[in-house]
Design a protein around this ligand. Sequence first.
Ligand code: ADP
Length: 600
Amino acid sequence: MREVRRTLAFMLRVAWREKPALFGSYLILFVGDVITAMKNVLIPKLLLDELLLVTKGAALSEHLRLIVLYAVIHVAVDALVRAAGSVAERTKGEITQWFQEYCDMMIGEHAMKMDYEHTEDPDALDQLNKAREGMSWYSGGVVGVLDCVYRIVLNVTVLGGVTTLIFSRCPLLLPVQGIALLMISWMTARNNAIDTRNFLRMSKINRIFGYVMFQLASFQYGKDIRLYDSSRMMGDKAKKQSDEMADIWREQALEQERYYWGIDIANVLRDGISYLYIGMLAVRRVISVGDFTMCMLSATQLYNSLQNSIVSVMDIKKRCSYAYQFILFLDYPAAMQTGDRSLADTGGEGHVIAFRDVSFCYPRSEKYVLRHLNLTIRQGEHLSIVGLNGAGKTTFIKLLCRLYEVTEGEICIDGVNIMEYADEEYRKLFAVVFQDFRLFAFSLRENVAPGVEDVDEERLEQVLVQTGLYEDAQKLPNGLDTMIYKSFEEKGVELSGGQQQKTAISRALYQDAPIVILDEPTAALDPVAEYEIYRQFHTLVGGRTAIYISHRLSSCRFCDHIAVFAGDTIKEYGTHDELAARVDGIYAEMFRAQAQYYVD
Ligand code: ADP
C-alpha cells in the first residue's frame, strides 16, 4: 500500500507541476466515455420500445420524431466523442514521451549526484537498473500509472449508472455478475503476482545480459576481446543468461496457464446464467423487449466496468510496484551529508591538508585498508606517494577527495574537518587524474576543457605543449576538434595509451584547481616522456599543491616529500635524499632496484 501511495503521490505531483494539460485531456476523455457508455445502453432500449409500438399498430407519424431523434443522438454523440477524444489522446501521447525523457533525466542526474560508494555497490547498480526498467518499460511511466487512476474513476462512475438501471429491472443479475467477477479477479491477481515475482528475478539477469552484450558490441573493448579471445567467454555468458531468462518465461507460462483456463470457464458460466434469467423475465412479460436489450447490454457494461475497475486496481498496484523502484532509487542519498562552510573563510593564503589518525575500511568490508595514518601537506608542497600495489595509495586520494568518508580519525583542511565544507566548493579544490580515468567520446578540446564555454585558447595550447600533446594534436585530422573514439563520428580517432594519459593530465592541469593530484596516470608513457611530464609538471603546477602516485621513483626526485605506503600506513616519510640514504629503507631498496635499469 505504501508503494502505491508514494508512487501515486509522486506521479500526481509531478504531472500537476510539469504538465497540468494532462488533467485537461483526462477530463475531456471522461465526459466522452461516460456519455458513450450510458448512451450505448439506453438508446437501443428507447429505439426498440418505439419501434415495437409501431409494429404493434401505433401510428408511425406519432413516433417517427422520437425514432429519428434517438438515431441522431446515437450517431452524433459517437462522432463528437471520437473527435474530442483523438485531440486528448494526441496530447496524452506527447506528454507520455515527455515524461519518459524527464524520468530518464532524473535517473541520470541522481546517478551522478549519488554517493560515490554506491557506484561500486551491486545493490545500488541493481536498483538503478530496476528504476530504469520499472519506470519506462514495465509501469508505462507517469501516464501509464495515471491512466489506471483514470480508468478506475471512469469505470466506477459508469458502474454506478448501470447498477441503478439493472436494479430497477432485473436485480438478480447483480449477484451473478459479482460472483463471476470475484472468481476472475482472484485468478487475475494470481497471474499478476507471478508477473511481479519474475520481474524482480529478471532484473539481475537483464543487467548481466546487458553488460555482456554491451561489452561484446563496444568498440573500446574490441582489442581486449579479440586478443584474449574472450568472445567465446562473452558468448557463453550471454547464452547462459538468455537460457536462464527463457527458463523463467517458460516456468511463468506453465504456472499461469491454469488460471487462464479458469477465467475462460467463469466467463462462459456467467453469460449462460445471465441470458437464461433475463430471457425468462422477458418471456413471462415481467420486462419489455426494450428492457431485455437494456438489461443484457447493462449486464455486459456492468461486467466490463467492474472487471475494468478491478483490473485497473490490480494494474495500478502492479505498475506502482514497478515504478516504486524508481522512487527507491531516488531515495539513495544524493550525496554524503556535508556542511556549508566556505573554504575562503579558512584558507587565507593557501590550504593545509592534515590526515589525523585516519583509519578506513571500505563499505561492506571488514578489512582495514589504512590504519592510524598521520600526514600534513602544506600549501604548495609537492608530495610523492609510493608503495606496492594494494598499499592503499589510491584509497588515500579517494578519502581526500571525499569520495568515501573515513572510518576513524579525521581529515582536515585548514584545521576544519573536510566534511564541514560545502560540496561544490570542495570539489573545485581538486584536479585529479585517476589511474582508470575515462575520456569522453567528444572532441579533444571538450575532453581537455569539459563544460567550459569560453575556452582560453592560449592556456589550452600552453598546457598541451607542456604535457607533450600539442604536436600530436596538430597532426589529427581536425586538430583539437577531432572526435575521440568512433562512437559518434566515423572520423573519430583512437588515441594511443600515452596520448590518452596526456589528455587526462592536460584536463587536470587546465583546471585552475589549487590541488593537483595524479594517481599513476603516466604508466603508459615511456620513461623519457614520463620524466619530461614530471619535469614540466613542476613548472606548470607552480605554487599549487601537488600529490602524485608513481611507480617510477626517478620522478620523486622533483618532490619536496615522499611518503612510502606499506602495511596499511605510512612507513617512511622524507625527502628523496633522506630516504634514499637509509640503509634498510623500503624506499632506498625500491630506488636501487629501479635505478639499475636507468643508469644510462
Ligand atoms: P594502491 O593504490 O596502493 O594500489 P588501493 O588503494 O587501490 O591500493 O587499494 C588498497 C586496498 O583496498 C586493496 O587491498 C584493494 O583490494 C582494496 N580496495 C580498493 N578499492 C576497493 C573497494 N571499492 N572496495 C573494497 N576494497 C577495495
